[in-house]
Each structure stands twice: as structure tokens, then as C-alpha cells.
Ligand binder design. Structure first.
Ligand SMILES: Nc1ncnc2c1ncn2[C@@H]1O[C@H](COP(=O)(O)OP(=O)(O)OP(=O)(O)O)[C@@H](O)[C@H]1O
Ligand SMILES: CC(=O)N[C@H]1[C@@H]2OC[C@@H](O2)[C@@H](O)[C@@H]1O[C@H](C)C(=O)O
Length: 410
């Protein structure tokens, strides 16, 4: 081998995440090699393991701000870790054992930078001269130490904390992985995730100082409002609008979309992050109230909420990007919503809208793959955050390593 040539050692890594939709655990088993520009991944297996119904209900209640005891919080935390560990065991069936796990866990609370007032608490005990803490806060449940113990595999977890500690949002974290897996030599691309919340990574053509020009932010609601509306309008019979068929049978109310787009979040310049704390039940109740003035039926309401997701995404590109992308690549569950995809294509006019599947990266498992890569980078000592996406003042190593080791030191 030439002395300048690097040996390619590949590592089998499991990525685990349950996102803001709380629909289940996405697990990906990946073979990873290289570092950054030479980073390569092969998806060996990908699966979504639904949460047991009762656990999902408790998590959703927690996300919606239910008051629970510390004892119950501890139970939910461990139940999540057990469920994640089970997913890690199952995804390895029929494959060689993994070397490493990257577990994002379950977000139950996210406070963006500078949004201290969200806590709505008496803050007189806080040791700062002003109760407006500049720091963000993000809580993911499912303890990494327990996952490492249950699986016998070293586990990296708590990925957002280090970025937040230095003043970043701790989100979105996937853009740096997108940059190395989905950049193109000549084409500027937007990688648009549509989960419960939407987030984008803008990746300019891969030359010159392209890395410093990458941008990323949470675009606002993805499926979160739609899913809640579908559950309400179907009296619990449905959890989401399959392929967007229900919305497609209605008509969007454009004056209402324009009214909703005036909301502060859509005008905040990036970097910015959000969650179900903003785009959740209370927000939807206001949407329903607003819709009464226009006498919309159920299908029209869903069409209008779908339009809000599509229009907020496109509006954010037009407002905050230095130039429009030449291609948009969708991923996340919302990429399966054909009506939403159609609306995005219409609003983006000549910019083609595809899915990441069409360029060889699984749209369903990209987030789980990303946390496998972030764990792999953590292990190699490579930073995982992109300051232009999280707003942090610098790069940091993301995640805490829970080494699997049980023994005695006699
Ligand atoms: N066939 C489909 N048609 C329409 N919508 C779909 C379809 N499949 C999935 N979805 C939507 O995608 C959602 C799940 O998306 P995903 O798993 O990407 O979210 P998440 O990972 O929980 O969210 P986030 O990326 O915000 O963390 C479902 O709740 C549903 O709204
Ligand atoms: C706090 C949190 O869990 N945020 C999620 C959420 O879901 C989508 C969007 O909001 C994104 O910022 C983030 O997830 C992805 C995985 C990220 O960090 O890139």
C-alpha cells in the first residue's frame, strides 16, 4: 500500500431514533467507512419498531406538557431504553454483530436558544442577573448506559447536549451528515426532512468553500399539526393522512395560509429550531378556531394545513437562502405524502422535487443512518455539529460514550 493511502476499515454501526411524530423507533444497521469527504455507508437493514401503545400515549402526554412524578419519569425513561435496546437486538438478526450504537433517544422537551419564557416558571432562583437564559435545553429519554448494558454494545447517546452547552440550538444535527453523503459537485441541493417537524439542509455545489456556505434550520411544522388534526377529525380512527388522500379531496384556504405564515417563527432568521412545544395541540386549536371563519370542512382543513407545511418550507428557502437550490430531495415520513409532495412541486415550480431514495439514500432511514454516522464520528474524534445549522460558536464532539465493560479490577 502507498504510504499516503489510508486503510479502509469499516465499522458496523446501529443508528436509533424516535422523532417528534413518536410513531416508533427507526433502526438502521449500517456499514460505515472513511471519515468525511471519503465517508461511505451501506445500509444493511432498516426497520421501524412501533412503540407499545401505552408507552406511546405516555410519551405524547409528556411532550404535551402533562405533569408527572419523577418516579414516572424514571419509569418512562427506562421503558424507552429497553424498547430501543430491543430494536438494536432485532435489527442485527441475520447479520454479524454491530460494533457500536448511536442512539438519539426520544425527544420529550426542546427549548430553543433564547426562549426561556417557554418554561413559564418562577425563575427567581436562577443564578443569572436576568431570567432570560440565552441557552437552549433539549431532553432526550432512553439512557445510553442502559442500552449499552442491555445490548453489550458501546453506545453513544445524548447528542444534542454539547452543542447546546456552548450556545447552539443542538438541532438540527443531520445537516453535517447530509453534507458528506448527499453533496453534488455541480448542483446546489436542499435536503428536506418532513417528520413531525420539518428541517432543511442547504448544500451548495461541492467546490471552493462550500462547507462554510451550508445552511440548516427547522422549517416549522412537518406532519405534527396534520397528524393531530387527522386524529381529531376522524375521532381517533386514523393517526395520519395516508398519501395525503384526505387533504387532496379538499381545497386549501389561501387567505388562512397567508394569515398563518405571518406567525413569528416563520420570520425568524436561521439558525433556528422548534418542536411540538410550539407546533402542537395548542397551535392546532387556534388553527381550528381560525378555520371557523371560513366554514371549512374536514378535507379543506387538512388541505390548508398541508399547504401551511409546503408554503412554510418554500417561503423559508425564498427568504433565507442565498440562492434557490437546483434540486430538492425529500426524506422522512412526509415524503410519502403524495399530495404534500405535489404541492411542494407546484410551489417550487422548475426546481425538481425528488426523494433521497432517488439518489441512493433511504428516505425512511436517513435520520437513523445519520445517528449511526454521528456515533462513528464521535468514536473517531470528529465533530458532529455544523455551527451554521445549530448556531453554535464552534464545532464540538457530539454525544456521550457509554463503553460496554463489565468486570472487576482485582
Ligand atoms: N404513506 C404516508 N402518507 C402520508 N404521510 C405519511 C405516510 N407515511 C408516513 N407519513 C407521515 O410521516 C410521519 C412520520 O414521519 P417520520 O417517521 O419521519 O417522523 P419523525 O422521525 O418522528 O419526526 P422528526 O423528523 O420530526 O423527528 C407520520 O406521523 C405521518 O404523518
Ligand atoms: C430536538 C429535536 O429532537 N429536534 C428534531 C425535530 O425533528 C426534526 C427537527 O425537529 C430536527 O431539528 C431534529 O431532528 C433531526 C434528527 C436533527 O437533529 O437533524
Amino acid at each position: 500500500m502507498h504510504p499516503n493511502e489510508k486503510a479502509t476499515i469499516s465499522t458496523r454501526v446501529i443508528g436509533l431514533i424516535s422523532g417528534t411524530s413518536v410513531d416508533g423507533i427507526d433502526a438502521a444497521l449500517v456499514e460505515i467507512s472513511g471519515e468525511e469527504l471519503d465517508l461511505k455507508i451501506e445500509l444493511l437493514a432498516g426497520e421501524t419498531y412501533p412503540y407499545p401503545a401505552e408507552l406511546r400515549e405516555r410519551i405524547l402526554a409528556l411532550c404535551a406538557g402533562a405533569a408527572i412524578s419523577m418516579a414516572e419519569l424514571a419509569l418512562i425513561d427506562d421503558a424507552i431504553a429497553f424498547t430501543f435496546a430491543q430494536a438494536a437486538q432485532n435489527i442485527q438478526n441475520g447479520h454479524q454483530a454491530a460494533h457500536l450504537i448511536g442512539s438519539h433517544g426520544q425527544t420529550v422537551y426542546h427549548r430553543p436558544v433564547g426562549k426561556w419564557e417557554i418554561a413559564k416558571q418562577n425563575t427567581s432562583y436562577f443564578p443569572l442577573p436576568t431570567p432570560r437564559s440565552p441557552l437552549g435545553y433539549s431532553l432526550q429519554l432512553g439512557r445510553g448506559a442502559l442500552i449499552a448494558h442491555l445490548t453489550g454494545i458501546t453506545t453513544v447517546s445524548n447528542f444534542r447536549a454539547a452543542d447546546i452547552a456552548i450556545g447552539g440550538h443542538g438541532a438540527p444535527l443531520v445537516p453535517r451528515v447530509d453534507a458528506y453523503l448527499l453533496s453534488h459537485p455541480e448542483e446546489g441541493r436542499c435536503i428536506q426532512n418532513i417528520g413531525g417537524i420539518g428541517n432543511v439542509a442547504y448544500i451548495p455545489p461541492r467546490h471552493g468553500d462550500w462547507l462554510s456556505k451550508i445552511r440548516g434550520w427547522d422549517t416549522g411544522p412537518g406532519n405534527s399539526l396534520l397528524d393531530l388534526a387527522v386524529q381529531h377529525l376522524s375521532a381517533g380512527a386514523k393517526t395520519y393522512d395516508e398519501n395525503g388522500n384526505w387533504a387532496a379531496s379538499g381545497t386549501p384556504c389561501y387567505p388562512l395560509v397567508d394569515q398563518w405564515l405571518k406567525q413569528e417563527y416563520f420570520h425568524l432568521p436561521p439558525p433556528k429550531s422548534t418542536g411540538r412545544e410550539l407546533f402542537g395541540l395548542t397551535y392546532l386549536e387556534q388553527c381550528f378556531k381560525d378555520a371557523q371563519a371560513y366554514q371549512l370542512n374536514a378535507a379543506d382543513i387538512l388541505a390548508t394545513l398541508t399547504e401551511l407545511t409546503a408554503a412554510s418550507i418554500v417561503h423559508s428557502y425564498q427568504t433565507f437562502l442565498p440562492e434557490m437550490p437546483q434540486r430538492v430531495l425529500l426524506c422522512g415520513g412526509g415524503s410519502r405524502n403524495l399530495y404534500l409532495k405535489q404541492r411542494l412541486q407546484l410551489l417550487l415550480a422548475s426546481v425538481p422535487v425528488l426523494t433521497t431514495d432517488e439518489v441512493g439514500l433511504s428516505a425512511d432511514f436517513k435520520e437513523a443512518i445519520a445517528f449511526a454516522v454521528l456515533a462513528y464520528w464521535r468514536n473517531l474524534g470528529i465533530p458532529g455539529n455544523l455551527p451554521t445549522a445549530t448556531g453554535a460558536p464552534g464545532e464540538v464532539l457530539l454525544g456521550e460514550i457509554h463503553q460496554y465493560w463489565v468486570g472487576s479490577r482485582e
